[in-house]
Design a protein around this ligand. Structure first.
Ligand code: DX5
Ligand code: ZN
Length: 219
């Protein structure tokens, strides 16, 4: 069975405390925090996501995973390590060199935080193969990062299949997570392809029953 990570990007800010509580009660497996710096992507959600993370810490027990869509990765890695989150994921496209990626992976592990690498729709999946022995999770983007509520990009299914095959053949233990445009209709295809964590934002935020929405993705 897949796990569900609920993205808070599309929730109503004014009702955010109640919504976070309701999503927790509805049984999400993770809260997915989308940090955007206005540079790597257009939008800036730095303050909003800091606030949501603090709320979650105050009222929920569910694990927090942070999706960094930022240029200055290490700066944000440090800030979120201080907030004691479960997993921090950063884009390979944001890094200037392989050694920068390796250094950030090491920094996260030295600080007892799970590491995820994120890959954009246009980046080939084999770009992250070298890092698989050292990381916990790969986040395959199925939309261009930057906004919630976009249409799912189909080629991510093939990428997940290829990644899943490579992980299996090499005996690695790495989660495959998919992010963007997921709903109850395409979730099963993604889990069949090998994804074991599914991010859903607008599908859950716009539903009138969070529990049913989360469960419809799980099955
Ligand atoms: C996009 C974000 C996603 C997204 C998910 O940049 O990383 O987490 O908001 O939202 P939906 O499910 O609406 O695509
Ligand atoms: Zn995300």
């Amino acid at each position: 069975m897949v796990e569900v990570a609920t993205s808070l990007l599309s929730i109503d800010e004014e009702k955010s405390i109640q919504t976070i509580y309701d999503i927790e009660v509805a049984g999400t497996d993770y809260f997915h925090i989308d940090v955007m710096d206005g540079k790597f992507v257009k939008r800036d959600t730095i303050e909003l996501m800091r606030k949501y993370t603090e709320y979650i810490k105050q009222i929920a027990n569910t694990k927090i995973e942070v999706h960094l869509m930022v240029k200055d990765v290490l700066n944000f890695v440090k800030a979120y390590i201080d907030m004691d989150v479960d997993c921090i994921m950063f884009h390979v496209e944001a890094c200037r060199s392989e050694s920068e990626i390796a250094d950030i992976i090491k920094y996260l592990k030295d600080n007892n935080t799970k590491v995820g690498l994120v890959i954009n729709p246009k980046t080939e999946i084999n770009k992250i193969f070298n890092y698989l022995p050292y990381i916990h999770r790969v986040l395959v983007m199925s939309v261009e990062p930057g906004e919630g509520g976009q249409k799912f990009i189909e080629n991510s299914i093939g990428k997940i299949q290829e990644l899943n095959k490579y992980i299996y053949e090499n005996g690695y233990e790495v989660d495959i997570e998919v992010d963007g445009g997921v709903n109850n209709e395409n979730a099963e295809l993604l889990s069949d392809a090998g994804a074991n964590i599914i991010v859903a934002g607008s599908y859950i935020a716009n539903s009138n029953n969070y529990k049913e929405a989360i469960e419809s993705i799980r099955k």
